[in-house]
Design a protein around this ligand. Structure first.
Ligand code: 13P
Length: 285
């Protein structure tokens, strides 16, 4: 089908009470796996890449690759910048042909985050591109110094969220509600009361980062409260690397790179499908 904006995908998802799964990518096999999983489940999907992943692939090559693969598939696809660090990076992605950009100014004071996001919204909307913002810092799910975990820090304040959405004009935003990126070392405790309040005050589609390891029932509860996009990255990389390691160990000295990568790609198809179903976006294309 076609490459569409995240606004189009998320407005439909919010109305239909499901979330669009957004998977990070950084190479060919990874991208093939995500698109095959989505196509086989007739699901809309978002392919996203952070700055380091874009630099690794080259932004023009990334957009050309997804566009060429997507042209043959009967599903809508989003191409999105994940955790954009600056105005310059957002503009670079507009030039590459992204259909959505995220600006993550969550570690800045709120006023500064709002001012920067607003500038990006003006540039992106002039090009027909959607913008995702972030309020409240979403940390890493790792043990911090002195055994303290940092994955519960930075819970978003609903007042800040209301002000942020009103003043920036973003199309969707990620709010920190106890979620974190990476492998959780214990069950994440999402703050559903805060999520509910944020949805009530803002009304736009919400994004949940750090999808890896959040139980299905919590993902679905979040979707029922207005989450319309869920990001997954670590779970795909973990499955890929574990499978690749096992294949290499089982075939010492084998120099057929395609044979080594195929099982890892199959594993990523399986994982992507599992997470699309968790988001209830299968058969919603
Ligand atoms: P995970 O790596 O925890 O799945 O998080 C991905 C993410 O939120 C990308 O922005």
């Amino acid at each position: 089908m076609s490459i569409v904006t995240n606004k189009e995908l998320l407005d439909r998802a919010k109305a239909g009470h499901y979330a669009v799964a957004a998977f990070n990518t950084n190479n060919l096999e990874y991208t093939q796996a995500i698109l095959r999983a989505a196509a086989e489940l007739c699901a809309p999907v978002i392919i996203e890449a952070a700055k380091s992943e874009i630099d690794y692939m080259d932004g023009h090559v990334f957009v050309a690759m997804v566009t060429a693969m997507g042209a043959k598939l009967p599903i809508p696809i989003g191409i999105h910048l994940d955790h954009g660090p600056s105005y310059e990076e957002a503009v670079r992605c507009l030039n590459y042909g992204f259909k959505s950009v995220m600006y993550d100014g969550s570690s800045l004071p709120l006023e500064e985050n709002i001012a920067n996001t607003k500038m990006i919204v003006a540039a992106a909307h002039a090009c027909g591109v959607s913008v995702e913002g972030e309020v409240g810092v979403i940390g890493q799910a790792v043990d911090g110094p002195e055994g303290k975990r940092n994955d519960m820090t930075g819970i978003a304040d609903p007042d800040d969220c209301e002000k942020f959405v009103k003043e920036t004009g973003v199309d969707c935003f990620a709010a920190a509600i106890g979620n974190a990126h990476g492998l959780y070392t214990r069950k994440p405790e999402l703050r559903f009361g805060i999520l509910e309040e944020i949805e009530k005050r803002t009304g736009i589609p919400l994004v949940l980062h750090g999808g890896t390891g959040i139980p299905q029932e919590d993902l679905r509860k979040a979707i029922a409260m207005g989450v319309s996009k869920i990001n997954f990255s670590t779970v795909m990389r973990k499955g890929c690397i574990e499978t690749l390691t096992a294949t290499l160990n089982a075939n010492p000295g084998d120099l057929d790179l395609m044979k080594m990568l195929t099982p890892a790609r199959e594993k990523m198809v399986e994982i992507a499908k599992e997470h699309i179903v968790m988001c209830m976006s299968d058969h919603k294309a």
